[in-house]
Every structure is written in C-alpha cells, then in structure tokens.
Design a protein around this ligand. Sequence first.
Ligand code: AMP
Ligand code: MG
Length: 485
Amino acid sequence: MKLNEIQLENDYFEFDEKFYHKINPTPLNNPHLISYNKLMFDEIGLDYEEAKNEDFIKFINGDKLLSGSLPYAKAYAGHQFGYFVPQLGDGRAINLGKIGPWHLQTKGAGLTRYSRQGDGRAVLRSSIREYIISEAMYALDIPTTRVLALIGSTHPVTRYYGVKETAAIVLRMSPSWVRIGTFEYFARQKNAKVNLTQLANYVIKNSYAYLIDDKNKYEKMYYEMVDKTAILMAKWQAYGFMHGVMNTDNFSMAGLSIDYGPFAFIDYFNINQICNHTDSEGQYSFNNQPYVARWNLEVLANSLKEICEVEKLHEYLKTYFHVQEKEYLTLMTRRLGLDISKSNDSYADLIISLLKALQTSKTDYNQFFYELTKCKNSDEIRKVIDISIYRQALNIWLEDYIKAREEENRDFTQVQNSMKKVNPKYVIKNYMLQEAIDKAEEGDFSLVNDLLNIAQNPYGEHKEYERYSKATPLEFSNVKLSCSS
Ligand code: AMP
Ligand code: MG
C-alpha cells in the first residue's frame, strides 16, 4: 500500500467534546527521518519504499494529514506517585486516527489543551529510547505499544538550563491508548454513569471484544484488566524490566507497557533498584512494581463504582497476586531450564535464593540467564560464576541448581533448546541507548538503526555487537534517569 492510500478512521468523537481536544499537530522545523520500523510497515501493509517519500516525513511531522485523519488529544487524570492530579491528558501526543486495530499517535507533536506548563515536545534522546525499547519489549513477548517511525529536527528544546537539545517525534501505535487515568477522569465528570458506560464500551470494543454481549461485561472487563496486569508485572519482573513512572495515567487499559520514560532493564541485580532519579523514596523500585500495579488496579475499581458492583471487583482483585506469582514462577522456572510441569511453587525457594545470590555476587541479571543457557554440562554451569564480581553466594546457589538439574535428569541439549527461547543474548540496556543517543546527537543514526535490529532480534547473532551480550560495564550500570523528556 502507498501512503496516500491509507484511510484513517476515527472512533473517539462519539464522546462528549469535554473528553478530547480536536487539535492539529504543530510541525517541527527541518524534519528528517531517523528510522522506520519495517515490522510495523508490514503490520499495516505499507510499502517500505514509502519511507523514502518526502510525504512520509511530512506525515510523521504533522505537515500532511492522511485521508480521514482528524487529529485530537485525549483528556485523562491520574495518580502520580500516589497523589491525584485531576487534569492530565495528551499534553504532547496527538492522535491521528486508526488503521485496522492500530491507533496512531505522534509524541512530541506540539501543544494541546492538556499541555499544562509543558512545551508539547519530546527531546531526541527520550524519543530514541521509546522507539527502541518498544520493539525490544515486543521481541521479548512483553505486551507493549509499538512504533512506526522516528524523525528528528532542528527545533530547539530546553530541558536543563544551558543545555541545547532538539525535538523529535515518534509515531507510536497501540490497539488502545485508554489508561486507568482515563477512567478516573470520566468518573469525576458530570453524568459519570453515562460517560463511564460509554468509555467501558469503547474499551471493550477495542481490547475485549469477546465481552461485547456478556451481561456482566463491565465487571469482566475489570477482571481481564486484573489478569493482564498481573501477567504484565510477572513479565517485567522475570526480565528485570523497570518502568520508572508507574502512575495510573501510565497504565494501559489493554494491559500493555506504555509511556516509556526513565525505564531500565536492570543491569547488576538489585531487588531495590530505582531507575527514576526523581523517585527518591523508591516508590516505584523494582521490588515494588507488582504492588504498585495492584494499587493502581484498586484505583480503577474505585473509578468503576458507578457501573460495576465494586465489591465484586475487590473480590476479584484478591486473585491478582496468585496470577502474578504463578506466571512469574513459571517464567523463571523456564528461564532456568527446569520443568514447569512440576507443581507451581516447587522451585520458588530456588528462585528466591537465586535473586539473593545474584545480588550478593553482583551479577548482570540477563547475562546470567544467557550464560546458563550456553552450558552443556554441570561443569560448565559451575563456570558461569566467572561473570560474577563476587563469587561465594552464587557458587553455593549453582550447586543447588546443579542438584535440581540432576534430579530432573533431562537431556542437556533439549533443555538448552527450550532455554534459548526465553533467554536472549541481547537485552537493551540504558548504556547502549546512551551510545546510540550520543551518536544521534552528532547526526549519526546508524546505531539507532542497529539497536533497533538488535532489539527486534534479541536471540540472534550480531557479530559486530558481541560486547552488548556481555555484562554492562560497571561504570555505566544501574544509573538513574531523569523524568525530563
Ligand atoms: P509523563 O510523565 O510523560 O507520563 O507525563 C505526564 C503528563 O505530563 C502527561 O499528561 C503528559 O502529556 C504531560 N507532559 C509531559 N511532558 C510534556 C511536555 N513536554 N509538554 C506537554 N505536556 C507534557
Ligand atoms: Mg504518561
């Protein structure tokens, strides 16, 4: 398909106008294409050639609206670090319309009614980060929003006094951009019941279509959200992903990872790791993530009071940790190459002691699983210790692990083949993104594109980038990132 053959649809104007702002993007100066994502071109059936078309840049930049596009920004509210903020919204993201199941949104597309003190822009560094990590998450089977393309510009942006930066735009795609915070917003407006019903129907249509004819569909929408969020948290924890800003406005009603800001794939394992510089209390620390998500689901339950029997919702929420833990233990068991058909918590102690051992021995979390995957016998497993900075704790754990493997007595090659499917050679760490950003700021986008390729093929070989499969260099590990983006 050619770009000018795309026909965008709109499905948000059924709501009262107080819930959105019809606003066109404000284009950036001198836009240039940095990268486009072939996987999402394929997904919507767009010819790769179209990326070279001047109109493609104009489309991302908001200079050219595609047929059927009626841009708008959505209103939402949210609990930010536990405090309720009644008026948030797409302050810099503009929705362009929908193609198939994909709602297109350009982030950094200019001011909207919801921009508050912001400038409506996104800096190049944060745009590169969101662009690459979305695809890295997808490749690891962690539910996420996606991206189509990234453009840069000469448009100046100031985030830190005296530091000159330029603005960029990522075109993001999601089957839904509705957040828990959207429900919080609707719940606080006049005619809450009518509006919430309409919003819930919209969410069901987009994300839970199999519930359309269910007589308890609103309650069931909530149950689905609980399950999906529990699974998402299990996946984040199992792969050592930290979101950094787990506010309710950054929580997707489709159970996806959204709104990447100061995120991290943990380097050297530390259960209390904090990746967001402004989170001085560690409210959103690695260990807290599943608890925060549950708290956010409680906020959602309270926002659905008008249309659901809230006691039922609270009752269902009690199953959250059960689902989250079960999925987490299954994933971890699989990552360790142990038998997942055994009773669910049979390896719980081994997994918990692994986390302690990794932390004490200062070991790169994802590299550990990759090195373990390569082992062809027990002696090779013992040698995995060489990646740790301190040895004793992990040495002891490795002996326990070898015992478990020997008890299962499964064929090493077979185990290795199943481990290879869940233990990537490459995980996108912040230091890699920073290298790509440093180059991009000098006008060299090759590493952005190479990292995209690595992100999308984490189990493959990338000969030139062998060093990225090793532990994060200590001096670049576990850095905290700022929210400023
Ligand atoms: P975030 O922390 O990125 O999830 O953003 C929280 C809220 O601030 C959302 O409503 C954003 O749309 C808004 N926001 C963040 N940065 C900007 C910006 N540069 N301009 C306008 N609004 C922004
Ligand atoms: Mg956000």
